[in-house]
Every structure is written in structure tokens, then in C-alpha cells.
Design a protein around this ligand. Structure first.
Ligand SMILES: N[C@@H](CCC(=O)N[C@@H](CS)C(=O)NCC(=O)O)C(=O)O
Length: 211
């Protein structure tokens, strides 16, 4: 039985919860983080010295960092399609996973923070404008990869979770989104998956305007 510590409306928790549900793993989730128990409490810091959600416990294994948790779940429980054992097959997928979690998600979250999460008087319009200018070209890279394919690899894999977990925010934040048909079709395709709808499309209104 897995235990996931973290609130449902955290994008990093969503990444992990989507993976847990795709893999059909027995688990419980305990709310920690903004609005819930503090991740800065001594018992939480003993699991993650960064004081951030998510944390995963699997028996005597304790992990933090959402992408590391995703890779652990893939290696421990994923089938060959979700987590190819051959490094020559997995490597190119992992390139997209890393790019999704870092390059792409990082810029989406900059827009999220400076248009939703921070109190209005702490938002930086110049920083927001820079992030918006940066996101269009990144989204075009993703659209190009997805043209003519259903998923980032041959079939659905961990890489789609690392990239797709942030698309709900990408598509619902108020910013001038470019018209990218392959990316829009990919988002629609992900929404046919119950685990995606239930765990990666979580309302973030409760986070609006708070530090
Ligand atoms: N690099 C970490 C970042 C974790 C992180 O920033 N988590 C946020 C939520 S997405 C958090 O814990 N915020 C503080 C809180 O919720 O109290 C990861 O990918 O897991």
C-alpha cells in the first residue's frame, strides 16, 4: 500500500496521483500543504527536508520530488509500455519527460503564479509578460512533436504524465494561447483517460491570491 502526502490541487501531487491511478496501485493520500497540515512540521521535514509536497511512502522507501516518484513508480510497477526497460527506448521518452517537468512546466507555473497564485500586489507584470513570450515557442515544440502521433512515444507512457499533468493549467490560465492543433488534440485525448480527468484536472481557485 502506497501513501502519498500532498493536497489534490498541487500540480506536483497531480503528477503523482495520475501515475498511481494509471498503474492501478492501492494507495491512500493524506492532505498536506497549503490549507492543510504543514509540510514544515518536524514529521513532514523528516520525510522531505525541502518541506514540499508530494512525498511518497512505499514500505520502507520514502521519496520526494514528483518526477523522481514518477520514475520510481514506472520502474517498480510499470509495464513495458509505461516504463520501457531498454535504456535505448526509455531514453528518448525520458528526454520529453525531463523537458516537460522542467522547461515546459516551469514556464506554465510562472504564468500561474503571476496571474493566479500570488496576491495581485505581489504579481510582476513584466515577469508575466516574459513568461508568456517564452511559453508560445515551447508549446510549438510540443505541438511539433505531437503532430501525427497520439502520445509522446509509441503509446502512453510516463513521459505523457510528466508533460500532460500541467496541460490543464496551460489550457485554463488566462493568456494568449497560440493555435496549436496537435497540442489541442493531445489535451483532448488525455481527457479520455479517467485517471487524467479525476486527478490532473483539479480546480485551482482555492489557491488564488495567496502566497
Ligand atoms: N521540485 C518539487 C517541487 C515541489 C513543490 O514546489 N510543491 C509545492 C506544491 S506544487 C508545495 O509543496 N508548496 C507548498 C505547500 O503546498 O504548502 C517537485 O517536483 O516535487
Amino acid at each position: 500500500m502506497l501513501t502519498i502526502y500532498g493536497r489534490r490541487n498541487s500540480s506536483n501531487v497531480q503528477l503523482v496521483m495520475w501515475a498511481v491511478h494509471e498503474l492501478g496501485l492501492p494507495h491512500e493520500r493524506i492532505d498536506y500543504g497549503f490549507g492543510h497540515a504543514s509540510p514544515l512540521s518536524p514529521e513532514f521535514l523528516a520525510m522531505n527536508p525541502m518541506g514540499k509536497v508530494p512525498v511518497l511512502r512505499d514500505g520502507d522507501v520514502t521519496l520526494f520530488e514528483a518526477a523522481a516518484i514518477l520514475r520510481y513508480l514506472g520502474a517498480a510497477y510499470g509495464d513495458e509500455a509505461f516504463w520501457p526497460r531498454d535504456a535505448r527506448v526509455r531514453g528518448p521518452l525520458d528526454t520529453w519527460a525531463e523537458w516537460g517537468k522542467n522547461s515546459f512546466t516551469e514556464v506554465v507555473l510562472r504564468i500561474f503564479y503571476h496571474s493566479v497564485r500570488l496576491p495581485p500586489d505581489q504579481r510582476d507584470p513584466a515577469y508575466l509578460a516574459e513568461a508568456i513570450a517564452a511559453l508560445g515557442p515551447l508549446a510549438a515544440i510540443l505541438d511539433k512533436r505531437l503532430a501525427g502521433r497520439e502520445y509522446l512515444g509509441e503509446s502512453f507512457s510516463f513521459a505523457d504524465i510528466a508533460v500532460g499533468h500541467i496541460l490543464h493549467r496551460y489550457f485554463t490560465l488566462d493568456w494568449p494561447r497560440p493555435d496549436l492543433p496537435a497540442l489541442a488534440a493531445y489535451y483532448a485525448r488525455l481527457q479520455t483517460r479517467a485517471a487524467y480527468r479525476d486527478h490532473a484536472m483539479v480546480n485551482y481557485e482555492a489557491l488564488r491570491g495567496y502566497t
